[in-house]
Ligand binder design. Structure first.
Ligand SMILES: Cc1ncc(COP(=O)(O)O)c(C=O)c1O
Length: 307
């Protein structure tokens, strides 16, 4: 298996405590800064797990074509890991997502097919169209469907993240995160193996599928998929909170200015949500959430276009 050194840069990211944003009840909010991964996103962890396991098991071999439909973060990670392992990658993408993510995938040598959103944003209809296209492509010979919504290796890829948090902080009170496939929140939770903590999930108020059964158009890339996230184990979740995307994006701008943390919309949602969670906690409790990815990917989206 071809393996290049930059794959070793995946994981072992910093844990950073909020310093300047005032947190209710003096709760400590810790942020796992996943922008520290090579493509600036925690998706590098799942891409490495999925593709290296598939190569080990002979499901994909050098020179094969990896296929996935993606909003671009998973795609950037799959593009990066594919080229590092000697594979090719084709992404089914859409103009509803940041164009810089398309450029990133292409920089790593990926082929990017763009499904039109017709200005309607990220809708369940668009995602379903992208999925059909990806499935069609994956029927060709010498292709491998990465299956970010089904592969057990997605979950496995995030277990080290939970372990890294546990090694640094010991027991925590709450782990919370927003949900796309549910891979990051559940895999990290498995790695945390912390039975006395609570697990809280967030979703966009504009696409409240988890709490109401109905998704809708929204602007927070990577989450709020409008169907049951395959990896989400509702039995382990204590609470699901709906967060307005406007508050999430405002939080992104505050994080940059007040904490020096430059992140995307799902991270804004995670931190805004963590502050909501803190309102109901005892003085000095510990909450951990994720900085899913880097703000540089969103310079041409509406997160950083306003003040
Ligand atoms: C930027 C971003 N945040 C959050 C998520 C959600 O992660 P998960 O699919 O593991 O639930 C994604 C998934 O694509 C993402 O791209």
């Amino acid at each position: 298996m071809k393996k290049i050194g930059s794959l070793n840069l995946i994981g072992n990211t910093p844990l950073i405590k909020l310093q300047n944003i005032k947190v209710p009840n003096n709760v400590e909010i810790w942020i796992k800064y996943e922008a520290g991964n090579p493509t600036g996103s925690y998706k590098d962890r799942m891409a490495l797990s999925v593709l290296s396991e598939a190569m080990k098991n002979g499901k994909v071999k050098l020179g094969d074509q990896v296929i996935e439909y993606t909003g671009g973060s998973t795609g950037s990670s799959l593009a990066f890991v594919s080229t590092s392992l000697g594979l090719n990658f084709t992404a089914v993408f859409s103009d509803a997502f940041s164009s810089s993510k398309k450029q990133t995938m292409e920089a790593f040598g990926a082929k990017v097919i763009v499904e039109k959103s017709y200005g309607k944003g990220i809708t369940p209809e668009l995602l379903s169209r992208m999925k059909t296209k990806a499935y069609e492509l994956s029927q060709k010979p010498n292709t491998f469907y990465a299956d970010q919504f089904g592969s057990i290796n997605v979950l496995k890829g995030y277990i080290p993240m939970g372990k890294e948090i546990k090694n640094k902080l010991g027991n925590i009170d709450v782990f919370c995160a927003s949900v796309g496939t549910g891979g990051a929140i559940m895999g990290t939770w498995n790695g945390l193996n912390s039975h006395n903590s609570k697990l809280v999930a967030f979703e966009p108020l504009q696409s409240p599928y988890l709490t109401s059964g109905k998704g809708g158009p929204h602007l927070v890339e990577g989450i709020g998929v409008g169907f049951e996230p395959p990896f989400l184990n509702r039995e382990l979740i204590s609470d699901i909170k709906c967060i307005d995307q406007v508050d999430a994006f405002k939080m992104c701008r505050r994080l940059a200015k007040e904490e020096g943390l430059f992140c995307g919309g799902s991270t804004g949602m995670n931190v805004f949500g963590a502050l909501e969670v803190a309102k109901d906690l005892k003085y000095g409790s510990k909450v951990v959430t994720l900085a899913c990815d880097n703000g540089l990917k969103y310079l041409n989206s509406n997160i950083y276009q306003t003040n």
